[in-house]
Write a protein that binds this ligand. Sequence first.
Ligand code: GTP
Ligand code: MG
Length: 332
Amino acid sequence: MANLALDALLREFDDKRPRGLARAISWAESGRGADLIAHLYPRIGRAMTIGLTGPPGVGKSTLSSALVKKARSLGKTVGVISVDPSSPFSHGALLGDRIRLTEHFVDPDVFIRSMASRGHLGGLSGATADAVMLMDAFGLDVVLIETVGVGQSEIEIAELAQTTLVALQPGSGDSIQVLKAGIMEIADIFVVNKADHPMANQLRREIRAMMEMLSFSGWVPELAMTQAVTGDGIDDLWRAIDSHVVYLNESGEISRKRREAFAHQVRQLALGRLQARLERHLYDDTRIDLDPYAAADEVLAHFGVYGGEEPEPALAAARPRAVVRGLTGHDG
Ligand SMILES: Nc1nc2c(ncn2[C@@H]2O[C@H](COP(=O)(O)OP(=O)(O)OP(=O)(O)O)[C@@H](O)[C@H]2O)c(=O)[nH]1
Ligand SMILES: [Mg+2]
């Protein structure tokens, strides 16, 4: 059956009209991404994707703006996705993002989009992954995804982006948070922003010291000192991003990353649908005269899964990139 709306949208998209991209992302946000992605999927895989995460106020949006400027100076087209954690407190942040990115609003080669992360355990929504694919398929050279570090979302950003930047705030105890939250494992590049802050060098030393306690296989995270407001250090940061991209390609790590990202997206989509059906079933049809084990068996049988098998250990458990020396016996 002909889908006129989809055809019209794809025409606009193919004509490289930003409106086509904007509408495509809106489709994805309203849960209509499947047909679109099916059409555009063969075109993806060209864009350089950069994830940027860090605590509120560390300067992510200012950094985004500085990176956009840098990429534009190299003649690259850029997409920016800034993920709004959908909290009642985030409106100011979103406004802040808009203000800090205003200088790029009139540039037709920069496409900026804010998205909500609703409905995804505080993480990134499936629509964010769709938006990255759409920007890539649209032909943007660089896609930058900014998200506030609130637990789950920074882990997800590492699944979504080729290169993950973790921005840290001097004088805030951030380095301790990093160890606690396991962010060490997702950072390809640490960015100590606000390098003008009196505690900036101390934070740099703390990160260096932390890195000495770890042994890395493959890429060793770089550390960049930036002053996003003035643009100081942005060239160095860009060089670090570039060398990470070179590393990914030369080591072949890029294909492993792509496979993992793919598995992640498939898992999210499949689990999302399964969960929705399960929830409906749980409330409407589950017999409460059974014990929970028997009820779980019955629910699963309803979905075609039989037998009280033991749960498999998580197949997709991410391979740790860094291990603490001496604690695991795996170093060296
Ligand atoms: N001194 C100093 N201030 C900076 C620097 N970079 C950013 N800022 C300031 O830090 C504040 C927060 O910057 P944002 O870019 O909005 O930070 P953010 O991480 O995007 O914040 P949220 O989106 O709210 O999480 C702003 O007032 C910036 O001007 C810097 O290098 N030095
Ligand atoms: Mg921001």
